[in-house]
Design a protein around this ligand. Sequence first.
Ligand code: AKG
Length: 136
Amino acid sequence: MSVQEDVQFKITDEQRQAFNDDGVTVLRGVINGQWLARLDESIEKDIANPGPFYHGYKAKDNVGKFHGNLRIWQNDPGFHDYCLKSDLPDLARQFFQSQRINLLYDQLFVKEPGTQNPTPWHNDQPFWPIRGNQVI
Ligand SMILES: O=C(O)CCC(=O)C(=O)O
């Protein structure tokens, strides 16, 4: 059995409504153990040998380590399969009740234990070459 044949995650009407109203909702248990293991392996590989889009951040007060990278799916089979073959595209489709989903990019942030960098509430959309609300 391949990982994408696992139980499909179904969002509820309440979750879709919360996302539409607030722009955010919490989904628990979306990434199953098999995918977590594959992604864990891919993340460790990326930290050890980041690709061309690496953008690590300075750790606040030099405590810990803050790794960042994007477009990993283009070179890493684990990210590739998670982006294209997991429940993820279908989840986006469910939120938007859309027939077609486009992958813009993936982005990875890893703050090693002890890293003090906060994540302020923010919106990345002004940096993107796309407009609209159907972005997840
Ligand atoms: O600080 C983080 O954990 C995430 C940063 C982030 O979301 C961003 O740079 O767009």
